[in-house]
Design a protein around this ligand. Structure first.
Ligand SMILES: Nc1nc2c(ncn2[C@@H]2O[C@H](COP(=O)(O)OP(=O)(O)OP(=O)(O)O)[C@@H](O)[C@H]2O)c(=O)[nH]1
Ligand SMILES: [Mg+2]
Length: 166
């Protein structure tokens, strides 16, 4: 996978595989591409979220910083400014509620330019995914990542969403 920015923010609804996908992308970057990478997590919400990312970080032998607020995120990004890629994990929330979009957006508004990836599970209904994408529009999503292809038998949603949201 190629990236357009040094900082990669991964956002999306609960349990879609944000943290797992970061681990996969990071493993590819470290093991195949020999990149110097780091993790930042802003998920201080879910129980054991930090431990989950730290477990992957230990396996790949890469550093992690935890950001409780925007200023922590800013400091962590500066700390990792010499790294090739910095993956920023975020908390999954019910993003049909615009309040959570606002909270996450406030937390992520650091000054470094970053690429924003929206993770969507193909096991979700297309109509709900459309609404989630619309609610995420204040983020300027750069790319979608579809997960759980292995848990569905229908893939048309990928094409419909790509067509609708370009
Ligand atoms: N079958 C399947 N399971 C997946 C995939 N990606 C992630 N999972 C599983 O989905 C569950 C949730 O994964 P996480 O990576 O913790 O999801 P998350 O979006 O970070 O979850 P929250 O941070 O709690 O919102 C775990 O059991 C993962 O193993 C996938 O592509 N296919
Ligand atoms: Mg997670």
């Amino acid at each position: 996978m190629s990236y357009d920015c040094q900082y990669i923010q991964v956002i999306g609804p609960t349990g879609v595989g944000k943290t797992t996908t970061i681990a996969k992308m990071a493993a590819e970057a470290v093991l195949n591409d020999r990149k110097k990478i780091a993790f930042i997590t802003t998920d201080t919400y879910r129980i054991a979220a930090i431990e989950q990312l730290k477990t992957y970080a230990n396996l790949l032998n890469v550093p992690v910083e935890v950001a409780y607020k925007m200023s922590d995120l800013q400091l962590a990004m500066e700390k990792f400014s010499s790294f090739d890629l910095v993956f920023v994990d975020t908390a999954g929330r019910n993003y049909l509620d615009p309040q959570y979009i606002k909270e996450t957006q406030e937390l992520l508004s650091a000054k470094q330019s970053s690429e924003t990836l929206l993770v969507l599970s193909l096991t979700a209904k297309e109509q709900d995914l459309q609404k989630i994408i619309e609610n995420f529009s204040p983020f300027n999503i750069d790319k979608f990542i579809f997960t759980k292809l292995d848990e569905t038998l229908s893939y048309g949603t990928i094409f419909n969403l790509m067509k609708k949201f370009k």
